[in-house]
Design a protein around this ligand. Sequence first.
Ligand SMILES: [Zn+2]
Length: 436
Amino acid sequence: MRPLSPYSVLISSSLICWMAGMLAGCGGQQADVDSAPLLAFGRSAVEAKPPLTAEESLAEQFELYIDSVAWTTEYGEVRSGQSLSHILTPFGVSNSTLHHIATEHRDLFDVRRMRQGKAWWLFRTAQDSIARQFVYGIDDREYVVFELTGEKSARRGRYPSETRRSYVQGEVMGSLYQSLEDAGHTTTLAYAMSSVYAWTIDFSRIQPGDQFRIVYERDWVNEKPAGLPRIVASEFMHRGRNFPAFAFDQGEGMDYFDETGASLRKAFLKAPVSFSRISSRFNKRRFHPVLKKVKAHLGTDYAAPRGTEIVAVGDGVVTKASYTKGNGKYVKIRHNGTYTTQYLHMSRRNVKEGQAVRQGDVIGYVGSTGLATGPHVCFRFWKHGQQVDHLKEDFPPSTPIKEESEGPFQAACRVLLAEMAQYDSDDGPRLAALDQ
Ligand SMILES: [Zn+2]
């Protein structure tokens, strides 16, 4: 990875339209290669229609079946204190029609829920000026159509939406939020990132110099983004350590995985040492074998031969790699805003303060430094600043990529990495999960 000057914001971004096939097998959003962009070519090749008038394209947008007679359209925004009758009465809509809309279609849309600032459209036949259809824009995505003549039916519809794919990369200067804003991308992406990495990176503690690259999708409606962005793939270089995330659906809904197929929503490892036995449990009233008195044991002891590897039970940042008379050589890891773990009595520490670690990294070796009768690791677990018995905690389920999904998952990862690699340049951060 290229060294970056610390005070330059290196951000290049681009907006690329949804490309069919790019995400095949990924994130549960199977692109239908046969129908997506190809159809547009087919259509224009078959018949060259005259361009639509403004009225016609609006009518098409709301799926109104307007015949060849001429139409006029009124457009407005609901003003403060304005009700349906304020809007429609001036156009000759009768009280009985207004009453019909307000009562018969209340389940479909309650017109008392019309809000200031929302858009409405009224379609009238040009020849007789009779108001035929009233359309109210409920939100970014949905509208309701009231037929004002004939059967006076009503229906709700959704604006056509388009998924666009975007890429952003950069270096954290103040906060991720700020960096995204500076790059001209939605700051809601920062929340999406903190949710993808909730078990991996503590976003309240990210620091200047951390780097990121994100491929994400967002729905666009009427040339405006609608709803929240969805992260498709990302890499986050935190304290010199790369944390990749790939969206993938293996039949249980969208989830995020690292390059090895481990779930990012990872539970902690059950124990910091393998092939160990619990020699002393978490116990608020324990007779201490060295101090010879009752003293709370706010940890779980795992006895193992001296020199056995001690691993981080989850991703996080080393906040302490230190020594005290009681703890001996110890390491403390902050995992996220909620959880912190500590590992005592090491013969040797293998990490430094401030270092990012990933689950399973060797952080030290079993010993009996400090107040210990024999080689063991005393494992301590904090939740919201309180020491708790980790064996009694309920953690969210975490399913890795299953064996049968491994091939498709790896294939999807390669496509996503290649997509991100397209944006590699000499001026930008170069991160590559699989280069390690
Ligand atoms: Zn202990």
